[in-house]
Design a protein around this ligand. Structure first.
Ligand code: URP
Ligand code: ZN
Ligand code: ZN
Length: 461
């Protein structure tokens, strides 16, 4: 069955133009004017933008963390993502020391199979880089299609890996054509600062921020970059939150190094003062890295505008306030780190970014979709609207406004960090590989319709 989307304005990372889009099966087969409907179902998109489906390069669904498990699984999380205009996610597959990589990947497939509503890929965490793991990586990259590897430089005694592990991973990634991602904070220093804070009786959520200072992020970012240069490899720094890290990435890119960076909506639109909300509500705003002084927001926006940072991920890692975040009452270190943003990432970027003129409309598409497709081996199948590409399309009304609220969101979590925020623009309908998942703001998708994407090897975009 064909579908013809008429009267919309197509927006890609490169162009903005009025045209109709003809879809057959899963793909776009023509873009132009006066296209022959030839029995196609006609969809009127007058007054709307047609964006390539959002690609969220950073999610944690159904993930055990901080003594509990994220509130959203692959079904609720991808459903909420679709409502927000995202048609592809790349989720982090955890591994542990001694576990085979294929066993870890099998576990993650088990979480997503028959549940995901939209397409998905996996990044693979590297917990150790012994000979066996380095050997197994060939199969992971070449056959499983998992072409990005993640090393944590923080969360001591949980996920944290040492510099030798990071360095060996960088070397192997270069050989195999994978992109190495880092959570860049100095976990050893943070561990010391946390112990000091607790010894001094400082247990409130704000001490989460005080014990993870910007210098700890800047230092780790710089160290990861130095090791990348030494290994002649490629690096993607996740959830960049502050000027110290942006500066290191900017310097690296000026030197021509193969270094990329991602930030997240919370760092662009919230700040450290949220951690001081009364009645323990500050716990809702506990992310690592933490929220920063407000002036960092301008630094991050200008880094996106100037191409120093390339993407915005949601870092979706949702925990209910009641029953999960409150595990940390009386001890901030027991607050599970993370928040729910998979649904609102796209619209916060549109409203705070493109609508307010901080980035152009085409940059909005690049940042929310195209660059992730390129960096993570999915372009041009994903990340654009073009003949031959998957028909992952968002029909978006730029003239509507809506108020973000936990009362109306679709994530399986009891609060929204952006509660009450009015955003410009609204997702009307979303197609994933030619099929509606959301139609006129009603859910028409199905669990299990999402497909695992075997991604291509890393190529410098
Ligand atoms: O606080 C965060 N960012 N939680 C998710 C895990 C991670 O570090 O990305
Ligand atoms: Zn992280
Ligand atoms: Zn994360």
């Amino acid at each position: 069955m064909k579908k013809l989307i008429q009267n919309g304005t197509v927006v890609t990372a490169a162009d903005t133009y009025q045209a109709d889009v003809l879809i057959e099966g899963e793909r776009v087969i023509a873009i132009g004017h006066n296209l022959d409907a030839g029995g196609a179902e006609v969809i009127d998109a007058s007054g709307c933008y047609l964006f390539p489906g959002g690609i969220d390069p950073h999610t944690h669904l159904d993930m055990p963390f901080g003594g509990t498990t994220t509130a959203d699984d692959f079904e609720t999380g991808t459903r909420a993502a679709a409502f927000g205009g995202t048609t592809t996610i790349v989720d982090f597959c955890l591994t542990s020391k001694g576990q085979t990589l294929s066993d870890a990947i099998k576990t993650w497939h088990g979480k997503a199979d028959n549940k995901a509503v939209i397409d998905y890929g996996f990044h693979l965490m590297i917990a150790e880089a012994n000979d066996s793991v380095l050997e197994q990586l060939e199969q992971v990259v070449s056959e499983e299609g998992i072409t990005s590897l993640k090393v944590f430089m923080a969360y001591k005694n949980v996920f944290q890996a040492d510099d030798e592990t990071l360095f060996k991973t960088l070397i192997r990634a270069k050989e195999l054509g994978a992109l190495v991602q880092v959570h860049a904070e100095n976990g050893d220093v943070i561990d010391y600062l946390i112990k000091q804070a607790l010894d001094n009786g400082n247990t409130d959520p704000i001490y989460h921020a005080h014990t993870r200072p910007p210098v700890a992020e800047g230092e780790a970012t710089g160290r990861a970059i130095a090791l990348t240069a030494l290994a002649d490899s490629q690096l993607y720094v996740v959830h960049v939150s502050c000027a110290e890290a942006v500066q290191r990435i900017a310097e690296a890119r000026e030197r021509g190094l193969n270094v990329y960076g991602e930030t997240c909506p919370q760092y662009l639109a919230l700040d450290i003062s949220y951690l001081e909300k009364p009645d323990f509500e500050g716990a809702k705003y506990v992310w690592s890295p933490p929220l920063r002084e407000k002036w960092n927001q301008d630094v991050l926006w200008s880094a996106l505008k100037n191409g120093i940072l390339q993407t915005v991920g949601s870092d979706q890692c949702s925990f209910n306030f009641e029953g999960q975040k409150d595990l940390g009452k009386g001890d901030f270190t027991k607050i599970p780190n993370g928040g729910p943003l998979i649904e609102d990432r796209f619209s916060i970027l549109y409203s705070e970014g493109a609508h307010k003129g901080r980035i152009s409309l085409n940059q909005f598409v690049d940042i929310t979709s195209t660059k992730s497709a390129k960096l993570f081996g999915m372009f041009p199948k994903k990340g654009t609207i073009a003949v031959g590409s998957d028909a992952d399309i968002v029909i978006f009304n730029p003239n509507a406004t809506r108020t973000i609220s936990a009362k109306t969101h679709h994530m399986n979590v009891d609060y929204n960090p952006f509660e009450g925020m009015e955003v410009n623009g609204e997702v009307i309908s979303v197609l994933s590989r030619g099929n509606f998942v959301v139609r006129e703001q009603e859910y028409v998708g199905a669990a299990g319709n999402g497909r695992f994407i075997r991604r291509n090897k890393f190529q410098r975009p």
